[in-house]
Design a protein around this ligand. Structure first.
Ligand SMILES: Nc1ncnc2c1ncn2[C@@H]1O[C@H](COP(=O)(O)OP(=O)(O)OP(=O)(O)O)[C@@H](O)[C@H]1O
Ligand SMILES: [Mg+2]
Length: 333
């Protein structure tokens, strides 16, 4: 359950085409992440799948069933939003049970499902509280609970963690990944955070201006980005791009090297430059190197203990086997 197939799906708002013809298959049980910059169409695509927006053309099939013109309630999917949209006057128990009550489900079955969901989400002790008496992370779990009890064939998440602080985000990220391992239900997760994409996804769909730039596993995208956009979007700090003679020597219009694939030395190396900024994160250090004549800045990521500082002259050597080459159209060679 939970195989979703989009064929030639398009979406126009007024006369503006936000999604050009798009084909995508999401396999049963897969954790798929839609990632891309703000405004690229991630939420629109999710809302089309959910049925909250109508497609302009094309078809959406869920488990072999044509659902393109079905209302959201009949698609068997459950959506979790950034704003939890809980009812403030209802207890956690009633909030979670709400969609089942609306569906006029038998009370014993409602109780069973609420108990199970609360157990899965560690909310058992909070069932009689109201949302106002919960932390942000607990509220988001209630919102997920409300989706779980519907036993959907797929969960759709639209930036569910963006209201949470950094530490809580990491915690919830793990919880959602564990939930997926336990439920084995298809999940589609929208985020603009590439770290969330890399850590959670079985499959990442990178979007730009409504186009799918690349689909692949996190490591496929990291190791073999199909163009400069994906190369620059996946990975943090970003990949360095170098054009001109240095690229021409390698038969490319541009070469790309990730910060973690450059060695730094005080005495010898391929490229010479001066450290303009060093950022010490403890575990790692990022050097921003100027005056190399290659690009405005070359960012290098090294071990936290490496001792160079602002103003030092350094020599950089990229790892030969980790150089990405791109042609004049930005495509991988
Ligand atoms: N109801 C609407 N009417 C007109 N244009 C819309 C509507 N909804 C979205 N758009 C436009 O469609 C494009 C895609 O929007 P969408 O919300 O899908 O982006 P997103 O990738 O989710 O961005 P973000 O990361 O900021 O949430 C944007 O240019 C947006 O302005
Ligand atoms: Mg959005």
């Amino acid at each position: 359950m939970g195989r979703i197939v989009l064929e030639k799906v398009t979406k126009k708002f007024e006369h503006v085409e936000v999604i050009p013809p798009l084909d995508l298959t999401i396999e049963e049980g897969e954790f798929t992440v839609f990632v891309g910059p703000s405004g690229c169409g991630k939420s629109t695509l999710l809302r089309l799948i959910a049925g909250l927006e109508d497609v302009t053309s094309g078809s959406i099939c869920i488990d072999g069933r044509e659902t393109t013109s079905l209302p959201p309630a009949q698609r068997g999917l459950a959506m979790v939003f950034q704003s939890y949209a809980l009812y403030p006057h209802m207890t956690v128990r009633k909030n979670i049970a709400f969609p089942l009550k609306m569906a006029k489900m038998d009370q014993a079955e409602i109780d069973r499902r609420v108990t199970t969901a609360a157990d899965v989400l560690n909310l058992t002790d909070y069932l009689d509280r109201r949302p106002g008496q919960l932390s942000g992370g607990q509220r988001q779990r209630v919102a997920i609970g409300r989706a779980i009890v519907r036993e959907p064939s797929a969960f759709l998440f639209d930036e569910p963690l963006s209201n949470l602080d950094a530490a809580l985000r990491v915690g919830m990220r793990l919880e959602i990944s564990e939930l997926h391992k336990r439920l084995k239900t298809t999940m589609i997760y929208v985020t603009h955070d590439q770290v969330e994409a890399m850590t959670m996804a079985d499959k990442i769909v990178v979007l730009q201006a409504g186009f799918i730039e690349q689909v692949g596993s996190p490591l496929e995208l990291y190791r073999a980005p199909c163009n400069r956009f994906v190369a620059g979007f996946i990975g943090s700090p970003k990949m360095n791009f170098i054009e001109g003679d240095e690229a021409a020597k390698q038969g490319a219009h541009a070469i790309g090297v990730r910060p973690e694939h450059i060695k730094v030395s005080a005495t010898e190396g391929a490229w010479k430059g001066v450290i303009s900024v060093s950022e010490h994160l403890g575990s790692d250090t990022f050097f921003h190197v100027h005056d190399t004549g290659l690009a405005e800045t070359i960012t290098v990521r090294v071990d936290g203990e490496v001792s160079f500082d602002h103003g030092d002259t350094v020599y950089l050597t990229p790892r030969d086997d980790m150089i990405h080459r791109f042609d004049a159209n930005g495509l991988r060679i």
